[in-house]
Design a protein around this ligand. Structure first.
Ligand code: ZN
Length: 226
């Protein structure tokens, strides 16, 4: 009997039994193990995904495999904003239509993407790659903070020199995000800069990347001096 003869439910039971008893072929067990290492994917979800893939046509699996393998192939970090990109500097940093005097500081690349999706923001980004969290050993040196300060000090933005006039602190409304925003605000106090913090329409302890576009849009437009 071929695998296609299994109903999804039967295949699921088969996998659960197999995962427990090591009855499954090594390739399937490996896949379940690797999938379950992904964030938000527990062993059950990993098994369900494995079943789904077992039922998928070869071409779909190949396309998925290629996308995974090729993920890092053509990617670089933009050394201006530290967003992930295909070119350094990235298309946002080199876009002549964007306002290079305004920099929106975010914790990670998904936050930048979430703000970009609102289509409200026409400035540049700076991705910190995390937030201050002494308990996890994340201090200023572990983040792209000095790069941010250098960017402001040197007026670096694209090839031309542009003086930054506003910094929008769009770190998450969590303890770490607030601490990071405060750290940046204290450091930049001496500079002739407008420093704003996105509005509190966002749930405390929430994550920017999960906020809906309307909430995020409002938070951005309702930003206040920090
Ligand atoms: Zn960039």
């Amino acid at each position: 009997m071929g695998l296609e003869a299994f109903s999804c439910l039967k295949a699921q039971e088969f996998l659960e039994f197999g995962a427990m008893s090591h009855f499954l072929p090594k390739s399937v067990r490996n896949l379940i193990e690797e999938l379950s290492k992904l964030p938000g994917i527990g062993p059950k979800s990993a098994q369900r995904l494995a079943v789904h893939l077992l039922h998928s046509p070869e071409s779909k699996i190949e396309a998925l495999g290629k996308a995974v393998v090729g993920l890092k192939e053509n990617l670089v970090f933009c050394e201006t904003c530290w967003n992930i990109a295909e070119e350094n500097p990235c298309v946002i940093c080199t876009d002549s239509q964007r306002d290079k005097k305004v920099i929106c500081v975010v914790e990670d690349i998904l936050d930048a993407q979430a703000i970009e999706k609102t289509r409200e923001f026409k400035g540049l980004y700076h991705v910190l790659h995390g937030a201050l969290s002494p308990i996890d050993g994340i201090g200023p040196d572990q983040l792209k903070l000095s790069d941010l300060f250098k960017r402001i000090e040197s007026g670096k933005g694209d090839a031309e020199i542009v003086r930054v006039s506003e910094i929008i602190l769009a770190t998450n409304p969590s303890l770490e995000g607030e601490a990071t925003a405060l750290y940046i605000q204290k450091y930049l106090r001496e500079y002739d800069l407008k420093i704003t913090r996105i509005a509190r329409g966002l749930p405390v302890g929430g994550d920017l990347e999960y906020a809906d576009e309307v909430t995020l849009s409002r938070a951005l437009n309702g930003r206040g001096e920090f």
